[in-house]
Design a protein around this ligand. Sequence first.
Ligand SMILES: O=C(O)CCC(=O)C(=O)O
Ligand SMILES: [Fe+2]
Length: 315
Amino acid sequence: MGSGDTLKLPVIDFTDLKLEANNPNWEAVKSQVHKALVEYGCFEAIFHKVPLDLMKAIFGALQELFDLPLQTKILNVSQKPYHGYVGQYPMVPLYESMGIDDANVYEKVESMTNIMWPNGNPSFSKTIQSFSEQLSELDQIIRKMALESLGVENYLEEHMNSTNYLLRVMKYKGPQTSDTKLGLSTHTDKNIVTILCQNEVEGLEVLTKDGKWISYKPSSPDSFVAMIGDSLHAWSNGRFHSPFHRVMMSGNEARYSAGLFSVPKGGKIIKAPEELVDEEHPLLFKPYDHVEFLKYYYTEQGQREQFALHTYCGV
Ligand SMILES: O=C(O)CCC(=O)C(=O)O
Ligand SMILES: [Fe+2]
């Protein structure tokens, strides 16, 4: 499995598409989304709603955040596993990250900001909140198209209301060598949909179903990576793929990235709609609670599993 140079993620243009307004391109883009989610579980989205100065501001804010002393950063703790500060892991020494729960809600962001900066930092809060809010429209467009394309749009409202937004921000130190070093280990995301963006330093790689690594290279300044997580894989009864991916780093420069994760709320049971279960598509996963699954995933056994969800609740 070498890194493929010629392979590329599908690119899908969301220009002028809105959640609430009709657009003649909706159907055509929807079928591209469907195809990409079935074949790759992932694609590059061109989405202009996040202005370039907000993109610049977000990477400035990330630098400011990760420049704080470690004693301060570890004060960002969360009840949910992997939602707080993560870093200083011997397996991935270049990596650190922080989670901001309900990042599209100003008061929620502000309470996290005030832990990091006891005297407040409203411009940080505003940047994080507006970025998350603007980008959440892309998440909602993709999920609407995904459900429509499966013919189960009658579940849309329930599906949308059962999630909240976690913004995870990442810093990967440059390894100070031209050799390639592991930034973040191979994994699948556990949530519904992830939307990623990065500063000018590349490193994200996505594994195809037939075992080839695609190195992601954004084709425009308005590019994001959209990716399916295990929850939507399970909910769609396997129709949509959730791809393995990792981050590989080389060189001197730090890589900053941000991911908007739509995450099932605690207590919500993930269960494939009956319309998606039939003789040809037998049920793949028993209904499960996402937060309970995460607790299992972050145990020692869960961490050793390549397909943790299969072991946890596979039929
Ligand atoms: O930094 C990236 O581009 C990827 C991060 C990632 O895969 C994750 O946080 O789940
Ligand atoms: Fe990921």
